[in-house]
Ligand binder design. Structure first.
Ligand SMILES: Cc1ncc(COP(=O)(O)O)c(C=O)c1O
Length: 414
């Protein structure tokens, strides 16, 4: 597939009806996933084993085609903002909403997860309740933004330290009190790879009148997340990891009743109900997730996200999660048999798509060496080498990774 057959200036109704992946792939994948067919959509997997979706997902051919469709539309039409580009942005957001079981209008696009967080925080009133609870399992950006707000005198910060890589619920329970405005938690820690008990944490937050913001960047695309089930107030995620898109766009869900009450001060023209009117008396925010937007989104990244989401929705989260957790479990059992203890807890409900293996020496050296010598692409972080499974991964990948750990002796044994 080279993308030259892709129609240009796709009518908006085609974009919203799930026909972006029309034809070959959707038909081949069908209701029961054909994993070999899915795997064949990733050219890189013909030569390399790919275990780095916790850092960046590999390029799928339908995503490449979508990026070319953007180039075609730009080359041919110049500025098809209303005819094609903005409807596509809304479609991509709607697909994300569908993925997490949210109403389409409850999702907005932002430039990054960092931008999404800053926008949400700019809308919260910390005068009555000043405290934000967070742990060091969160991605640095989350902590950076919160520390900046603390140092500016806007919030008090309670930073929890994990116990043996875990965030015990009792710790969170003790931290949330009547002064707490917000709890920020990842669905899966970028560092330990473990799932965190977001649903229970959201319940604790709500019991005490606080809000819960879930950073789902390290799980969406790999694990199921339904906002009705998790009861999160805000969910943020970028698209470039397990969601298989490119850098350049992030997505933000806000519970509709909460969104209606929030007025971000980190804002811009796209957050307004009429983006082109200038209101000097009072801003008139758009409804739903759109009120957390700011400036022009990365259209090219939205094309990629749209196609990638279509691909994942075609397979379905249940099948994807099942396969990934089976593979990750087999890897963990192989590690345990070798006396290697992954960084985070790996019990039922705790194991995520990524397993962080503590290694001897410099993990980045191992990452480059495995990529160069073994054509196994992993992702180093901290003192660990991260092995991230997706539904294109195979039992053979698991065996090959364990075999490499045996041969190189890079993993630290307990
Ligand atoms: C869990 C998590 N949150 C946030 C981020 C940062 O996202 P962004 O670069 O879009 O701000 C990352 C990036 O790796 C991440 O893994």
């Amino acid at each position: 597939m080279d993308g030259t057959d892709v129609p240009m200036l796709v009518p908006a109704e085609h974009l919203t009806s799930g026909r972006v992946l029309e034809g070959r792939h959707a038909a081949q994948l069908g209701a029961e996933p054909d994993w070999d067919t899915f795997r064949a959509l990733f050219p890189l997997l013909r030569t390399d084993r790919y275990l780095a979706a916790c850092s960046q997902g590999p390029l799928a051919t339908p995503v490449e085609v979508a990026v070319r469709r953007f180039m075609d539309s730009w080359r041919t039409w110049g500025n098809p903002w209303e005819a094609e580009w903005m409807p596509l942005v809304r479609t991509a957001a709607a697909k994300f909403a569908h993925l997490i079981g949210a109403p389409p209008e409850s999702v907005g696009t932002t430039a990054s997860v960092s931008a999404a967080l800053a926008t949400v925080l700019s809308a919260l009133d910390f005068r009555e309740r000043r405290k934000v609870v967070v742990s060091t399992l969160e991605f640095p950006s989350v902590l950076d933004i919160l520390v900046a707000l603390r140092d500016a005198g806007r919030i008090e910060l309670d930073v929890l330290e994990p116990v043996a890589g875990d965030l015990p619920l009792s710790l969170v329970d003790r931290a949330i009190d009547e002064q707490t405005a917000l709890v920020c938690v990842s669905s899966v820690s970028y560092r330990s790879g473990s799932q965190l008990p977001v649903r229970e944490i959201a319940d604790l937050a709500h019991e005490r009148g606080a809000l819960c913001l879930v950073d789902a960047y390290q799980s969406l695309g790999a694990l199921k997340l339904d906002v009705a089930d998790v009861r999160a107030d805000v969910v943020v995620s970028g698209t470039l990891k397990y969601l298989l898109g490119t850098p350049g766009v992030a997505l933000l869900y806000a519970r509709p009743e909460l969104a209606a009450a929030l007025e971000p001060t980190a804002t811009g023209w796209r957050a307004q109900s009429d983006p082109f009117s200038v209101r000097l008396d009072r801003l008139d925010y758009a409804d739903g997730g759109a009120r957390f937007e700011a400036g022009t989104p990365s259209i090219i990244a939205c094309y990629a996200a749209d196609a990638a989401l279509e691909l994942l929705l075609t397979i379905g989260s249940t099948a994807i999660e099942g396969r990934i957790l089976r593979l990750a479990r087999a890897f963990v059992e192989g590690l345990q048999a070798r006396g290697v203890v992954p960084l985070g807890p790996t019990g039922p409900g705790q194991l995520g798509p990524m397993v962080a293996v503590p290694v001897r020496g410099d993990p980045y050296e191992w990452q480059y060496r495995l990529a160069r010598e073994e054509r196994v692409i992993t992702s180093a972080r901290g003192k660990a080498l991260r092995f991230a499974f997706h539904c294109y991964s195979t039992p053979d990948d698991v065996e090959a990774c364990l075999d490499i750990l045996d041969r190189t002796q890079c993993a630290i044994r307990a």
